[in-house]
Design a protein around this ligand. Structure first.
Ligand code: TRP
Ligand code: ZN
Ligand code: CA
Length: 435
């Protein structure tokens, strides 16, 4: 019988109470914004943005390419929505191939100016077509996420900045220009850059960029929650606007649903779709229209963007002594299978501490039978006790674990296995304390 649910107590509860009372931010102790549940991004809104970008291409010679009227019309379209939603927008101009190019930068007022979470997508198409998957999809999804930030009147801990890049298709020209013209002090304030280029491919895969472990894990956690397997993005590293950021040492992350590589049988097995066919048969072609979008992929990826932005920018640095605890008893079968007790850690920005306190309370008559591990949300295992202590009764102790390479948020488990017969017992309690 489960008489106790995992609960979050002490300092965190006090902070939540302050948040309920609308008092966060009023004192130094409660100076962090409370964590907020990420929204479900409405697919219909994202698709409407794509229909509007398609109309812009139709009215401008069939494309939205750098130096063409369809590009500037795309920029004006996005900028008007952001201005109306309360963003501070900046149009950055540059010259490439003899034509004026534009980056649109949109800042959401507030948040820590020394911790900027930046999110970007290229808005230009190739000249061959309207560029709806490449990259209306990323552009529309981050636009709708930015509008969701406004609808929520989000007050994140970090400062949020969004960018729509020009002339990506000519060699990442716009994003390189932005990074090259950013003073070093401003660069160092960008704690992460998230890139979205092609996220509604018609024969989709679910690829996560492999760069910063925390950003990568955040996206993986989202898809794991949906039960959807992901793979690491390998279709050409450095082929999109995250590359200039990565090159100056800014942590980058992102999502991708595939371009002209071919979906394998194994990939079709796990994701559906058609093996032996490109993820996007209309890549850089005139048929990259609104018909060239897989709604499910676009929907999931848009929701993943919101999940990442919310969880990376709105968490707390937990007050010292924040506890997550599970006091439900879990029987440990004699000389049997491993059992676990879980706690869900939520609302914390970034990684777990290097001095995570792991409280272990196991009632047992021979602790030399027991292998006791802490299992992090991503499955990493930290051994706490390995058949030590012989015939001693009970483990009731606090271990200090360097968990700084683990994302804090997620389900942590205490795993206990009894590896010898006769003596038995149970997990009495499991608790994580943040220093
Ligand atoms: N716009 C990119 C390009 O034309 C599309 C692309 C290909 C991509 N491979 C990628 C984007 C890998 C991100 C990651 O090259
Ligand atoms: Zn692209
Ligand atoms: Ca035993």
């Amino acid at each position: 019988m489960n008489l106790s649910v995992p609960r979050r107590v002490t300092a965190a509860a006090a902070l939540a109470a302050l948040a309920l009372a609308g008092l966060t931010g009023t004192s130094a102790a409660a100076g962090q914004a409370a964590a907020v549940t990420p929204p479900d991004i409405p697919l219909a809104n994202v698709k409407q943005h794509l229909a509007d970008l398609q109309s812009i291409a139709n009215a401008n010679g069939g494309n939205r390419a750098h130096g063409r009227t369809g590009y500037k019309a795309s920029i004006d379209f996005v900028k008007a929505k952001l201005d109306a939603a309360g963003y501070t927008t900046t149009l950055q101009t540059f010259t490439s191939s003899g034509a004026t190019g534009y980056n649109l930068i949109a800042d959401w007022p507030g948040g820590d100016p020394n911790q900027v979470l930046m999110t970007g997508a290229h808005l230009d198409s190739v000249t061959a077509g309207p560029g709806i998957n490449d990259n209306g999809s990323g552009s529309a999804a981050i636009l709708e996420t930015a509008l969701a930030v406004s609808r929520a009147q989000l007050q994140p801990t970090k400062h949020l900045r969004f960018a729509w890049w020009g002339a990506e298709e000519l060699g990442l020209i716009g994003s390189k220009y932005y990074v090259n013209n950013l003073p070093t002090t401003e660069r160092s304030k960008i704690s992460g850059y998230l890139n979205f280029d092609m996220i509604g491919s018609p024969n989709p895969g679910y690829f996560v960029y492999d760069d910063d472990p925390t950003l990568e894990q955040t996206f993986k956690d989202y898809f794991a929650g949906l039960g959807i397997p992901t793979e690491i993005e390998t279709e050409g590293d450095g082929r999109s606007d995250h590359a200039p950021f990565k090159n100056v040492g800014i942590p980058v992350g992102g999502l991708f649903s595939g371009a002209d590589y071919i979906k394998t049988a194994a990939q079709a097995q796990k994701w559906g779709g058609t093996s032996g066919q490109a993820f996007d048969r209309c890549y850089h072609a005139s048929c990259d229209t609104t018909a060239n979008i897989n709604d499910t992929a676009l929907d999931r990826n848009a929701d993943a963007i919101a999940y990442a932005i919310w969880s990376l920018s709105t968490g707390t640095t937990p007050p010292a002594g924040t506890v997550f605890e599970n006091t439900a008893d879990v029987a440990v079968p004699d000389n049997g299978a491993a059992v676990t007790s879980s706690v869900d850690v939520t609302g914390i920005t970034g990684n777990a501490p290097s001095t995570l306190k792991v409280g272990v309370d196991i009632v047992h008559t021979y602790i030399g039978d027991l292998v006791v591990d802490l299992v992090a949300p991503d499955g990493s295992v930290y051994n706490l006790s390995n058949r030590a202590g012989g015939s001693t009764d009970n483990i009731n102790t606090t271990y200090t674990v360097n968990a700084s390479s683990e994302v804090a948020n997620g389900t942590w488990k205490l795993r206990v296995q009894d590896k010898a017969s006769i003596d038995t017992g149970y997990i009495n309690g499991f608790k994580l304390t943040f220093p």
